[in-house]
Design a protein around this ligand. Structure first.
Ligand code: ARG
Length: 462
């Protein structure tokens, strides 16, 4: 095997076959082709502008790059592991098309700053795309919140029935989580948006390059200020993966609730056929597979984050080939998150809420006991601790009689606390309970409707 065409000057013979295989990244980094060509277009424009290469060479380079872009997009691009990565593939093809002028493209640049730039561009594009997917999911949740603002369901702590809440309120809780995810994206994007191109191998370059120009042309806010950091920083990818892990965790919690709610024991919701599958042996089954896969894939996002964090933690400055390993976790997490967001939006839009079942379950477990205690405080001026005690005795009585609090007679209640009046029944039903929770951020249908209106306006402006 002969020495590598692009860097083999000092090598007497080519690499072992196994070396070639461990070294090659083309199978996965070919996904960077568009960013790689965009970066080279900006770099060659700058080289021409600065008189570092001639107009003639620069124009040939740029035409060649456009040809390569078309070839790749048409699926006519052959890869060869000997050419290692996307950067060398593009350059080698450019040489085939335009000849020796191709060799001038790499002036004042290294693959180290090139790949750092390409990855930032790719992650930035992906962030923008995912932000749109997150917004679509928020809109699906908002649609359900609007439709189900007055639908009563049991609210849980410890997965034990706690107090009645509204399903609309529950949907809005997730909308808030995804809003924080979008904020995290925005913060990370602002920090990502500096251009490492021109850091060269690690030390900068002696050519009179204009880094402001390339940064601007590529949509970055400014060039990175330190060439060593420019080539060796992967914080932007880590921040992206940390966002992806947290967002996947949110998706997984919602997925878990859908799995619970759609079980025969709960029947709070019915998933549409489009997001369920059957069992090959049990004809009655309709499984919430999409929800389970979303829950399962959350582990992969967290794994991707850990993978990159561990890969980076022992690297001395500056570039190390280890860093080639940043790509697969980033691509995998991005692909999965995109899929999960789209599946979750579809599932939420399509879900049927079984209002009667939810409402029927929402009184079970004495979920209005807090309302009763609050009533004793408000109407009978009892200290809350005494009211808590009296309510406890009434819950015990209802439990013995195997009935709900609202099914106890006034006489029975008065044997526990003689001053209770018939007005108490006004707070005991689940509808009364949720309607009374009007504190800011509370679950009352009136409050949910206010939040729905505020979110409708906010999302329309984004
Ligand atoms: N494929 C490499 C990567 O992704 C490109 C940079 C190679 N740089 C080098 N000095 N060998 O990291």
């Amino acid at each position: 095997m002969s020495a590598n065409e692009l860097w083999g000057g000092r090598f007497a013979k080519g690499p072992a076959e196994i070396m070639e295989r461990i070294n090659a990244s083309i199978d996965f980094d070919r996904r960077l082709y568009r960013q790689d060509i965009t970066g080279s277009m900006a770099h060659s424009s700058m080289l021409m502008e600065q008189g570092i290469i001639s107009r003639e060479d620069g124009e040939k380079i740029q035409e060649g790059l456009q040809t390569i872009l078309r070839e790749i997009e048409a699926g006519n691009f052959k890869t060869d592991p000997a050419l290692e990565d996307i950067h060398m593939h593009v350059e080698a093809r450019l040489r085939e098309i335009i000849g020796d002028s191709a060799g001038r493209l790499h002036t004042g640049r290294s693959r180290n700053d090139q790949v750092a730039t390409d990855m930032r561009l790719w992650v930035r594009d992906t962030m923008d795309h995912l932000d749109g997917e997150l917004k679509a999911l928020q809109e699906a949740l908002l649609g359900q919140a609007d439709a189900e603002a007055g639908t009563v369901m049991p609210g849980f702590t410890h997965l034990q029935a706690a107090q009645p809440v509204t399903f609309g309120h529950h949907m809005l809780a997730y909308l808030e989580m995804f809003s924080r995810d979008r904020d995290r994206l925005k913060d990370a994007r602002a920090r990502l948006n500096e251009c490492p191109l021109g850091s060269a191998a690690l030390a900068g370059t002696s050519f009179p390059i204009d880094r402001e120009m390339t940064a601007k042309e590529l949509g970055f806010d400014r060039p990175t200020a330190n060439s060593l950091d420019g080539v060796s920083d992967r914080d932007f990818a880590l921040e992206f993966l940390s966002f992806a892990s947290i967002c996947s965790m949110h998706l997984s919690r919602l997925a878990e609730e859908i799995v619970i709610w759609s079980s025969a024991q709960f029947r709070f919701v019915t998933c549409s056929d489009s997001f369920s599958t059957g069992s090959s042996i049990m004809p009655q089954k309709k499984n919430p597979d999409a929800a389970e896969l979303i829950r399962g894939k959350a582990g992969r996002s967290a794994g991707a984050f850990t993978c990159l964090l561990m890969m980076m933690k022992g690297l001395p400055m500056t570039y190390g080939k280890d860093m080639q390993e940043d790509k697969e976790p980033v691509f995998d997490a991005a692909d999965n998150l995109q899929l999960c967001l789209a599946a979750m939006s579809g599932m939420i839009s399509d879900i049927t809420v079984n209002r009667d079942v939810m409402k029927g379950a929402s009184g079970a477990g004495f979920t209005t006991a807090t309302d009763l205690a609050d009533w004793l405080v408000r109407k009978l001026d009892m200290p809350f601790r005494n009211a808590h005690h009296v309510t406890g005795a009434l819950v015990k009585m209802a439990e013995n009689k195997d009935c709900g609090l609202e099914d106890l007679s006034l006489e029975d209640m008065q044997t526990v606390e003689s001053t209770i009046t018939k007005d108490v029944f006004d707070v005991l039903g689940v509808d009364n309970s949720v309607a009374s929770r009007v504190s800011y951020g509370g679950t009352a249908p009136s409050k949910v409707r206010e939040q729905v209106a505020a979110w409708t306006q906010r999302l329309a402006g984004e």
